[in-house]
Design a protein around this ligand. Structure first.
Ligand SMILES: [Zn+2]
Length: 177
């Protein structure tokens, strides 16, 4: 079945009736991307603003600092901007996960310093695509980002094996500076 988008030389607004059934299913029920825990054990995860799913995971707004406090997260995750806007100081027991995007990967050293002063736990960067899926992620060795979807990320990749044992190529901060 062809999708009639043009009618009489003028654009016609597409309705759901124009799409085959499988296409409307895809548009309506795109699953929420899963959060990737960088730690080897499960913990409670508080995500600020980004729509993600996972076990023991809740999504909060930056204004809900007190609710995040009550949730007592092992991991606090969000973009740097969102984490800066969390309304009250939130104790985090295990790690902070900072989301960046393919245009601006790599948290700057000054930003890492701020995160350490604020939360006093290790920081893991994850590069997300526009669908919320992880393109590249930092491991516990903290030596570059393991690239999971190289076709979505440009930059020089290091193909030397990481000390963590994973074999994906890594994007190194030094390659971009
Ligand atoms: Zn590694």
């Amino acid at each position: 079945m062809r999708i009639p988008l043009l009618s009489g030389g003028r654009a016609k607004r597409a309705s759901s009736a124009d799409f085959p059934l499988h296409a409307t299913r895809f548009l309506r029920f795109q699953p929420t991307p899963k959060f990737r825990n960088p730690l080897p054990h499960p913990v409670r995860v508080a995500v600020v603003r980004v729509k993600l799913s996972g076990a023991n995971l809740r999504v909060f707004q930056p204004s809900e600092g007190e609710a995040i406090q009550s949730f007592r997260p092992g991991i606090l995750a969000g973009t740097l901007a969102a984490l800066r806007r969390v309304s009250v100081p939130v104790p985090v027991t295990k790690a902070v996960v900072v989301f960046s995007n393919a245009q601006f990967p790599h948290i700057a050293p000054a930003e890492r310093d701020w995160l350490w002063q604020r939360f006093q736990v290790p920081c893991f960067e994850q590069v997300l695509n526009s669908g919320g899926q992880v393109i590249a992620e930092e491991c516990q060795v903290h030596a570059g980002l393991h690239v999971l979807r190289p076709e979505q990320l440009s930059g020089m990749l290091c193909i030397v094996e990481c000390d963590c044992g994973r074999t994906e190529p890594r994007l190194l901060a030094t390659a971009l500076r």
